[in-house]
Design a protein around this ligand. Structure first.
Ligand SMILES: *Cc1c(COP(=O)(O)O)cnc(C)c1O
Length: 430
């Protein structure tokens, strides 16, 4: 979060005052710092230098076109999980040859779109998916480049909802079934088997699960190469954690050393799929205090951002640090408060019994480390408009997603002609 510092008592994103932005953009809004995104990407690139590595940014962490383009300009590839994300990646300037299509439930339409775009590879997660992809490819007169995603049955030691590498998870093909899947992939006319992939979860703060997973993956790769399977690519997935609450995420150098150790001597191109690591600490959600309410048992700070804008605390019990945009007076002290949004659910709580300097209605707060899995997971629940996104670069800024007008929001839902003949809804095609 080095891009977000106090200057003359006001929290800035790089050289832009968040207080000034709040005045022009209105609250709540997301603010991303280009320099922080670029710094994270460069650090990863440096750590992996000398390896035949492609860093495919996982768009699902933050799919804003400007964010993706910032990374594309540095040479990043993309890891996409839907046709929509693929289109964003292409529109942002990511070359198709650096796009990996992941996800456990690709549709035939999405497969066709990926094939027509000529992407690098499909990470296939099941035998039925492999068969479906082969059929789609054949019907287009093509062969789909495939990496089989292995489920290594490794506990990533992260939150259950973002753990993906255990046998009980829906992801990947179990090691016990992989040989059969490889045979099938080699037989299917529409498949070109090129690699193996793994992704064991998100927000990993320990290298041990990576070591276990990469070990199994590379052993399998060696074994298959020994059997004459023409593999050429290993995809180590994403999942690198960031610091939300003083956690010590894996040291990049140690992560890279582990990769070097596991891939040593292997004739393989390497793919990495970091999402959160590249953007998580590059964003804040700026919100305004609406009311401070003293209850019998607790003091509530009611802010204008809500769980529909940033769902991580409600969904994953995630911790986000709060910083007042106006620096608190020296020695101001802290008092425990519950920081809550306006939505009619108790789940709409950002923090419980959190120490905060005294705040009053009208004050601005920055919800830190909100660059990943923030705006992308937002909704219009409670009739709230999607939050705008602002990208900062040095002293400059741009609104890279505008707050929709209420008129635009209403225009999205036409009425059936029996309810209003004046604005008839369509029949048939959605
Ligand atoms: C979510 C996901 C990623 C990115 O995970 P991060 O924790 O954000 O790095 C990468 N690969 C796959 C297959 C994913 O599902």
């Amino acid at each position: 979060m080095t891009a977000f510092q106090y200057r003359e008592g006001v929290l800035h994103a790089e050289a832009v005052s968040l207080s000034a932005l709040a005045q022009t953009v209105g609250t709540p809004f997301y603010c991303y710092a280009s320099g922080e995104i670029e710094g994270a990407y460069s650090a990863m690139e440096r750590a992996l230098s000398g390896l035949p590595a492609t860093i495919c940014y996982a768009l699902k962490a933050n799919g804003n076109l400007a964010v993706v383009r910032t990374l594309a300009k540095l040479g990043a590839g993309a890891d996409v999980v839907s046709e929509g994300e693929m289109r964003i990646a292409l529109a942002a300037g990511v070359p198709a040859a650096k796009i990996v299509f992941a996800g456990v439930g690709k549709t035939a339409e999405e497969m066709a779109a990926g094939l027509q775009a000529d992407i690098l590879q499909f990470n296939v997660e099941s035998v039925p998916e492999l068969e479906a992809l082969s059929q789609v490819a054949e019907s287009l007169g093509r062969r789909a480049p495939v990496a089989l995603r292995v489920n290594p049955d490794v506990d990533a030691m992260t939150h259950a909802k973002i753990s993906t590498g255990q046998a009980e998870n829906k992801f990947g093909i179990d090691l016990g079934h992989i040989q059969d899947a490889v045979k099938l992939a080699l037989d299917l006319p529409g498949i070109s088997l090129e690699g193996l992939a793994v992704h064991i979860g998100s927000q990993l703060t320990d290298l041990a699960p990576y070591r276990a997973a990469f070990g199994k993956l590379t052993a399998l790769y060696r074994d298959l190469k020994g059997q004459g399977v023409p593999l050429r690519r290993l995809d180590f997935g994403g999942g690198l954690g960031i610091s939300y609450d003083g956690e010590t995420p894996p040291d990049l150098a140690a992560y890279a050393a582990l990769v070097r150790e596991c891939a040593a001597g292997l004739p393989a191109e390497l793919v990495f799929e970091p999402g959160r690591f590249l953007v998580g600490n590059a964003g804040v959600l700026v919100t305004r205090v609406l009311y401070v309410k003293q209850g019998t048992a607790r003091r509530f700070v009611i802010v204008d951002a809500a769980m529909n804008d940033l769902i991580r605390p409600s969904m994953y019990d995630a911790f986000h640090a709060f910083k007042p945009v106006a620096a608190p007076a020296a020695g101001a002290g802290e008092m425990p408060v519950d920081i809550v949004g306006p939505i009619c659910e108790t789940a709409d709580t950002f923090a419980r019994q959190r120490g905060l300097p005294p705040v009053a209605a009208g004050d601005l707060l920055a919800i830190c480390s909100s660059g990943a899995y923030g705006a992308v997971m937002s909704s219009t629940y409670n009739g709230r408009r999607l939050v705008p996104e602002v990208l900062v670069r040095g002293g400059d800024h741009a609104i890279v997603r505008a707050r929709p007008s209420y008129a635009a929001m209403l225009a999205e839902t036409p009425l059936p002609d029996w309810l209003d003949p004046a604005r008839p809804a369509a029949r048939g095609v959605a």
